[in-house]
Ligand binder design. Structure first.
Ligand code: ZN
Length: 239
């Protein structure tokens, strides 16, 4: 059988949970052009581009000497943007398409050797707007970094930083990418409710399988959480 270029999609990851709605300041308009590599804004509406640009302004903010105000966030932005892989930005602004997911990234391989990716980076705007801002205890080992003290755009930037850290690690570290692939394969199997033998899995079997991959999910999230915690401190320090 002639090999087709492999196409696999992997979806990560969680960031924060929703709680009470709140209103906030409006975003200022500006525009940014799409570029062939790096961050691609083709999939954004005009209104979403305004939001994206408000996030971008937080990321690229510089002090009087031209130094980045948020060096960790800015560094990740640069390494991912210059990684050579196109990163398609999607901002989900439709409330109905949001759950408790704040952000996710997905990778599609574009060549049989698996060296070139098309990356999708999603931020779920209403979820981030509504997310509980304060400290939260870890849930099943999953760590939450608070939003308190951040403006609306800074909240988006923090979630962006989390996803950028996933992408940065994935494009630099083949072992990390394999870990994500393993989790993805398992997640698809669990979502389909089918075992490796093709037979439906019982509720107990599903739970057992989930229990097996959960430590891998936590492991995969660790570098992103570490970066997000640093970015949170950067964003607060600026104030
Ligand atoms: Zn994550």
């Amino acid at each position: 059988m002639a090999p087709e270029s492999t196409l696999w999609t992997m979806v990560l990851m969680l960031s924060s949970l929703v709680l009470p709605p709140q209103s906030g300041p409006q975003d200022g308009p500006r525009f940014v052009a799409s570029s062939p590599g790096g961050f691609r804004t083709d999939r954004l509406s005009l209104r979403q581009i305004r939001i994206w640009n408000s996030i971008r302004r937080v990321v690229v903010a510089a002090d009087a000497r031209g130094r980045p105000v948020h060096p960790i966030l800015y560094g990740l932005w640069c390494t991912v943007g210059q990684s050579g892989h196109p990163v398609f930005v999607e901002l989900i602004t439709d409330q109905k398409k949001c759950s408790n997911l704040a952000g996710e990234c997905a990778f599609e391989t574009l060549d049989p050797a698996g060296r070139m990716y098309r990356i999708r980076l999603r931020l779920f705007i209403p979820t981030i707007d509504r997310a509980y801002a304060g400290e939260q205890p870890p849930q099943e080992g999953l760590v939450f970094i608070p939003f308190s003290g951040l403006s609306r755009e800074e909240r988006y930037a923090k979630v962006l930083g989390h996803e950028l850290a996933h992408i940065d690690q994935a494009v630099r570290d083949p072992d990390y990418l394999r870990l994500l692939q393993e989790i993805c394969t398992e997640q698809i199997a669990i979502a389909a409710g089918v075992g490796t033998d093709g037979k439906p899995l019982s509720a107990g079997a599903l739970r057992a399988r989930w229990n097996l991959i959960w430590p891998l999910v936590l492991k995969s999230d660790r570098p992103a959480i570490a970066a997000e915690a640093q970015i949170y401190r950067e964003l607060l320090t600026r104030k």
